[in-house]
Design a protein around this ligand. Structure first.
Ligand code: TYC
Length: 101
């Protein structure tokens, strides 16, 4: 034992926080054809026919449906792509994003 105290440890613990997640939500409307909604869901969200059909029908019956959950950038990009697809075809198809609790 030297009798000399060791210096205080100054290392910082690196704590990587998980990124916040955002839901992409599909809103129902009275004009966009069901088939078009299904094709957009398959194309942008890589869903199977039956997954897309399920999400479309939930939005149709209940007014809105959660499509999927992503980091903010990805959620906003995909929602925008969905809105653009609707607009290009002349439909009011609407996706929104909402932060998860
Ligand atoms: N309600 C539309 C119709 O009857 C179909 C539809 C479903 C539109 C879901 C949007 O998010 C939607 N043609």
């Amino acid at each position: 034992m030297s009798g000399i105290a060791a210096p205080p440890k100054t290392e910082k613990k690196t704590r990587t926080e998980r990124p916040r997640l955002y839901k992409v939500i599909l809103l129902n409307d009275d004009f966009t054809p069901r088939d078009f909604v299904v094709e957009v869901l398959k194309g942008i969200f890589r869903m199977t026919e039956s997954e897309a059909l399920g999400v479309m029908l939930t939005a149709h019956r209940r007014g809105a449906s959660v499509v999927a959950v992503f980091t903010r950038e990805v959620a906003e990009t995909k929602a925008q792509q969905g809105n653009d697809a609707g607009q290009s075809a002349g439909y009011p198809l609407t996706f929104t994003t909402e932060r998860e609790e």
